[in-house]
Design a protein around this ligand. Structure first.
Ligand SMILES: Nc1ncnc2c1ncn2[C@@H]1O[C@H](COP(=O)(O)OP(=O)(O)O)[C@@H](O)[C@H]1O
Ligand SMILES: O=P(O)(O)OC[C@H]1O[C@](O)(COP(=O)(O)O)[C@@H](O)[C@@H]1O
Ligand SMILES: [Mg+2]
Length: 525
């Protein structure tokens, strides 16, 4: 291994499908003395691999190499890359009609609407300039934490468009599990398509399954159909896991003449969307496939947050508060709340932090023991003895090593999780019985109630902007992209980058430490 003072091994390879390995590869590229990366991974060599390019930090021009590689990784595919004969036309997305014109003589000056975004506009992906690799959360490329701008493409309407609105056949599909805000996004996509002048908009029923040969009836969409759908949770179109393969999906799209596809879903859905995009272009189909990340778990990379997450955290407060009241009102009461989060504990962490009523927060990223002198149960005993009650908030994917494995998978291939909440309840009851202390243990599982909620106001706005930008991206001729909010600005990202591995809670992050400060819990092992 090279010495830290002379040479830092930094790797930025495209990760493999295994999320944990992938995260390692990605994280090892960051120099941070106090961070997750350097504690777990040794530095490799002087050669730095950025994408598929090797960069030598000893070379004074390494920054140029890094930037070029970053630019290439975050390039967003455009129809004109493949279809050379395309000629754009002036956008039909024009809000001038909403302004008083100079002819109207009502005193308002005529102005040209300048709400278009230029293709070369960019948004900074990282906004902190770290002074040292030992600074909290530092993500440095070299030991000096040299500042290197990492730009991504700004989302929004372009002045020129690559589809004739009156000829467009647009389709929307919602895949995976439910998430608050799905209807808000569908609504905005439809409304924005209509503003461009699109007449043919269909909803594909029940996720990718709606593309199968069974021929589930399509859902005709228009402003009047979607006007009030955001008042309800769920998805107007229905959702599903599993379904036909990509080739069948594209066959079906070809049959129906779909040339704009809006795909709302998580990591799995986006993997499918990217394959659909590739297959369409391979077949010479001039199709724009644009994703809108949907995951209540908030486990998509690079984004400030995904829609539905805020609502989930807010709704989780009700369950936590109920658990608190139950626990607080009972003699030696213990309330356990399970929240969603298959691999990522963002909902549990944020809900625990915002409620201020949680004593123990357990997430998949942080291993824990139930039994033993440092286990959760011993701490619950301490809480009962000192406070008289306790509240536990556990993410569904936490402590899966403690529950019975069935090796079952759902139709998308996701592992079916054991019920960690029920397990903790059972073990807690047994523990207190064994030590001869009566304890009143209540378990609340609000997961599906939370997921079925309608979006709150803040998510409603996020959905609106994401939905509109998805349509702008398609009309601008981009495909194989997804939309997101990044440092409060809206961006287009290439799908492979956002699904290269799932975003997790960093146990060394300031946020997790804040959560621990709030709960006052020790390490449980
Ligand atoms: N790697 C993949 N490639 C192509 N399609 C996938 C992939 N993973 C999942 N899918 C499809 O995407 C849809 C949703 O996937 P799922 O994992 O259930 O939800 P999410 O998109 O929320 O992660 C399913 O119809 C599934 O068949
Ligand atoms: O019971 P279902 O529909 O499989 O959903 C459960 C899963 O849905 C989620 O909320 C989100 O999953 P997706 O993003 O893959 O839809 C997970 O937290 C949870 O494990
Ligand atoms: Mg998934």
């Amino acid at each position: 291994m090279e010495s830290i003072s002379t040479c830092f091994g930094v790797k930025f390879g495209h990760p493999t499908k295994n999320s944990h390995d992938s995260r390692r590869i990605r994280r090892v590229g960051i120099v941070g003395l106090g961070g997750f990366a350097t504690k777990r991974f040794k530095r490799t060599s002087c050669a730095t691999v950025v994408g598929d390019r090797e960069i030598d930090l000893a070379n004074s021009d390494w920054k140029i190499g890094f930037k070029e590689d970053f630019e290439r990784r975050f390039y967003i595919p455009h129809l004109s890359d493949v279809f050379g004969d395309l000629s754009p036309m002036p956008s039909t997305f024009n809000l001038k009609s909403r302004r008083p014109s100079h002819e109207s003589g009502n005193g308002y000056p005529y102005e040209r609407w300048n709400g278009y975004v230029k293709n070369n506009d960019r948004v900074l992906l990282k906004v902190i300039k770290f002074s040292s690799p030992s600074s909290a959360g530092a993500e440095c490329i070299d030991p000096d934490c040299t500042w290197v701008e990492q730009w991504v493409h700004r989302a929004g309407p372009r002045e020129e468009i690559y589809f004739r609105p009156e000829e467009v056949n647009a389709a929307i599909v919602t895949c995976g599990g439910l998430c608050p805000g799905l209807n808000d996004v569908i609504r905005q996509i439809v409304i924005t398509l209509e503003i461009y002048g699109v007449k043919n908009i269909v909803g594909i029923p029940f996720g990718y399954r709606g593309f199968s040969a069974e021929k589930l009836p399509k859902i005709l969409l228009s402003r009047s159909v979607v006007q009030n759908i955001h008042l309800d949770g769920g998805s107007l179109l229905g959702v599903s896991r599993g379904g036909p393969n990509v080739s069948e999906i594209v066959d079906n799209m070809q049959e129906r003449g779909i040339d704009m596809l809006f795909v709302l879903g998580g990591n799995g859905t986006h993997a499918g969307a990217n394959e659909i995009h590739n297959e369409c272009w391979k077949r010479g189909m001039r199709v724009a496939v644009v994703g809108v990340p949907k995951t209540i778990d908030n486990d998509i990379l690079w984004m400030d947050k995904t829609f539905g997450f805020d609502t989930a955290v807010e709704e989780a407060q009700r369950a936590i508060n109920s658990a608190y009241i139950e626990a607080h009102s009972a003699y030696n009461g213990i309330g356990i709340v399970k929240l969603m989060g298959r691999n990522s504990g963002f909902i549990a962490m944020h809900a625990s932090l915002s409620s201020g009523q949680v004593d123990v927060c357990l997430i998949p990223e942080v291993p824990f023991e139930l039994h033993g002198p440092h286990g959760v149960l011993r701490h619950l005993q301490y809480l009962i003895e000192t406070k008289g009650s306790a509240v536990v908030c556990v993410a569904e994917g936490a402590g899966q090593n403690l529950v019975m494995k069935t090796n079952a998978k759902d139709q998308s291939g996701n592992v079916v999780l054991g019920d960690i909440g029920a397990h903790i309840q059972k073990e807690t009851k047994k523990y207190f019985k064994d030590i001869g202390t009566s304890a009143d243990v209540k378990y609340i599982d609000p997961t599906y109630m939370i997921r079925a909620c309608r979006a709150n106001a803040s998510d409603g706005i996020l959905c609106t902007v994401l939905g509109q930008n998805a349509v702008h991206g398609a009309f601008a001729g981009y495909s194989g992209i997804t939309v997101g909010i990044c440092n409060t600005h809206y961006v287009y990202l290439p799908i492979p980058e956002v699904i290269s591995y799932p975003k997790n809670v960093d146990p060394n992050s300031r946020m997790w430490h804040r959560c621990l400060t709030s709960t006052g819990q020790p390490d449980f092992f």
